[in-house]
Design a protein around this ligand. Sequence first.
Ligand code: 2PG
Ligand code: MG
Length: 402
Amino acid sequence: MHINRVSARTISDTRGRKTIETTLFTDEFEATASIPSGKSTGSKEAKELRDEDGSVTTAIHNVTGEIATVLSEHNFSTIRELDTFLCELDGTQDKSRLGANAILSVSIAMSRLFAQEAHIPLWRFIADTAGTTPASPRLFVNVMNGGAHAGFRLPIQEQILVIGEKTLKESVTVAHEAFSELGDMLRNELVDLPMGDEGGYSPSFDTIERPFELLSTIVSKRNNTSIAIDSAANELLDGNEYVLLKKRYTPTQLLELYTQLVKRFHFHAIEDPFAESDKQSFAEITKKLGKEVIIIGDDLIVTNPKLIEDAVEHKYINATLIKPNQIGTVSQTIDAVHKTYDAGWRAVVSHRSGETYDTFIADLAYGIGAHGIKAGGLAQQQRLAKYERLRTIECEATELSD
Ligand code: 2PG
Ligand code: MG
């Protein structure tokens, strides 16, 4: 593959913050990728390069300067070749020199070019590269936003509906119906109904249970719908305790709270129930509740194959969250998926709280046959773009199999 032109620019994410969008050109094709940005981040994530004023000017210069030069001098025949080359060029462990955002924008755009060159959809290219079997993911729809994404109006960052209908088309339809039903219920109960960073409602309640009582009304009417949460507990930790609705919980008390929630409500998954530093509590909750619900690691493992290996060894979790920009290349994201599957665990592919219109994660989730995809609430076009892409992928898959 020979790249003869590279361009990159600043665009805005859903929070109005600046982020990078890159386009690569060959003689025949062009492909674009833009990179999202997190707010409740893990300490070991690959580094997003941001200038002091919040811009991504240096990252853009790195793409159009140093990276464009090497791309023009080399022909890469696989995405792994390119990714390995970019990692070596960067020369740091965390991609802090060129920026994980700069590197990933090139890696994703290049994956699109390889798919175009082979005349196959992106999800097929990902599946061929990863050696995985494509399959429809469940939708993990973050319908009520709290935590750092919503001024802690709700202590738990994400109250999620997990929807697994027979087809993606049906799952997306149920997601829309459920979202609007929940909106009606909340407007009936509350005067003020703000929205959160991830395009979900962001109500305030006096109890931790109230959001789940409302979600139970929705879940009880449907066969293939359940509840999940992302506590993003790094953000709740204060000293050695966790603070929810101004009340302090020791790790043991928080585990008891989760146990009660799982007993009372139809829970399917709990993500980041404890802070990344509180590994022992991860091991305890997985041991105690891991048969009933999946325990997903996000900030704990940050899509990093080595950290996943460590989590496997110590049984901290039994599922991983996969966010490409936490690690910074497509190939290393695939490595994280392999580590997950080798352990017999499930993978849930995820967006970030500051999103763009890029739909790469939809192709990734389908291509690796992920258990689920977290793409946010339905009140933001950038999140809807992912759900729409999933519906298109389902049509592409049917056409390919005909
Ligand atoms: C999370 C994500 C996405 P952020 O914690 O899982 O929902 O949030 O992008 O802010 O890390
Ligand atoms: Mg998370």
